[in-house]
Design a protein around this ligand. Structure first.
Ligand code: NAG
Ligand code: NAG
Ligand code: NAG
Length: 328
């Protein structure tokens, strides 16, 4: 940590020199951030520095509605007004491009394929922009969100933007009610989710070994990525990468999906770098959890249906207390 601070101070000093020498301050490159300290080479800001190195990213350090968070299930509140999620694919399979962005495995749908989602905590319809994978270097780490302090081996994030209010993702990401991110935990098992199987089988994943590699996929059914559950958990948060805008409603599905050991291994062999540079595994591409502060975590899981012995009954009582208070 000391070394990083020293480098940071030197860096700041350099920036000040640059600033005073030029009429316009240098624009810090929007890709200048990382999840992990770089073993070799120049300093790149890790999560605890994101908000300090670029004033446009200051929400990353001063924001109070940041993501990811640790979900304590005993603090969840049952919200009977949450409607079921509605996925609208128009009954069509879609094509897209899978990328190694150097930070994530990313899948973007072809422009003519519009998949949108509504219902749940949403007041607007949101269009799918990107599917992003986070994963760990070891099993049992790699998800951004935690559940009762526990991480999963990975997390699939389906990033949607409000297409009723905004013309594109960039516009929506910085605006109120801009984003809805559906998050699905990944666990390791013998068999895998059929959608992830398309992305992570050896023939496909090895095409995007290095940064900026891309590979076309077709005939994808987005519905297949979802686990078989209608239950979810929702809270108001932020993007988990700079600029950390607090415009995201998160929806965490209440069941994980599965990948095989082999598929997890293949992901760990993806490099953050280009072929000419040293191999640096993309794994552990995770922002640490952020304070919940006074945010409410809502769910459509009706605890009182689980029997009296369930410790989660507390959530039900909490809801009743809130309702009583409102009625006064
Ligand atoms: C959602 O997507 C479907 C299928 O692509 C489309 O028919 C529908 O118009 C979209 N909904 C809205 C509100 O735009
Ligand atoms: C997004 O929309 C805004 C406003 O309509 C426009 O100025 C901007 O160029 C668009 N950005 C992209 C990446 O299409
Ligand atoms: C929740 O479960 C209880 C017990 O089964 C039931 O009485 C209540 O109507 C349920 N609430 C909702 C909104 O489904």
């Amino acid at each position: 940590m000391d070394i990083i601070w020293e480098i940071f101070i030197i860096l700041q000093a350099n920036l000040i020199v640059c600033t005073s020498a030029q009429p316009n301050p240098p624009k810090i490159h929007e890709g200048w951030w990382a999840y992990k300290e770089v073993v070799q080479g120049s300093f790149v800001p890790v999560p605890s520095f994101w908000g300090l190195v670029n004033s446009a990213w200051n929400l990353c350090s001063v924001g109070k509605r940041q993501s990811p968070v640790n979900i304590e299930t005993s603090h969840m509140i049952f919200d009977p007004f949450l409607t079921p999620l509605r996925l609208n694919t128009g009954g069509r399979k879609v094509g897209g491009t899978m990328y190694n962005t150097g930070r994530h495995v990313s899948l973007r749908l072809d422009k003519e394929h519009l998949v949108n989602i509504s219902g749940g905590p949403m007041t607007y319809s949101h269009r799918l922009e990107e599917i992003r994978l986070h994963f760990g270097s070891e099993d049992g780490q790699g998800s951004e969100h935690l559940l009762n302090g526990q991480a999963f081996s990975g997390e699939v994030q389906l990033i949607h933007y409000n297409h009723e209010l905004y013309t594109n993702y960039t516009e929506a990401a910085k605006s109120p009610n801009g984003l809805v991110i559906v998050s699905i935990f990944m666990k390791i098992s013998e068999t895998s989710n059929s959608f992830l199987n398309r992305m992570l089988n050896r023939d496909t994943i090895t095409r995007i070994t290095y940064k900026n590699d891309a590979y076309l996929l077709s005939g994808l059914n987005i519905e297949e990525v979802y686990p078989e559950t209608a239950s979810f958990i929702t809270y108001e948060g932020s993007m988990t990468i700079p600029p950390c805008y607090e415009t995201a409603t998160w929806i965490l599905m209440n069941k994980p999906i599965y990948v095989t050991k082999m598929q997890m291994h293949s992901m760990r062999l993806l490099s953050q770098n280009q072929p000419s540079q040293i191999f640096l595994s993309m794994s552990d591409n995770v922002r640490p959890v952020q304070p919940l502060n006074n945010r409410c975590i809502r769910t459509n899981i009706n605890f009182s249906m689980q029997g009296k012995d369930c410790p989660n009954n507390r959530a039900q009582k909490l809801q009743y207390r809130v309702n009583e208070w409102l009625l006064k």
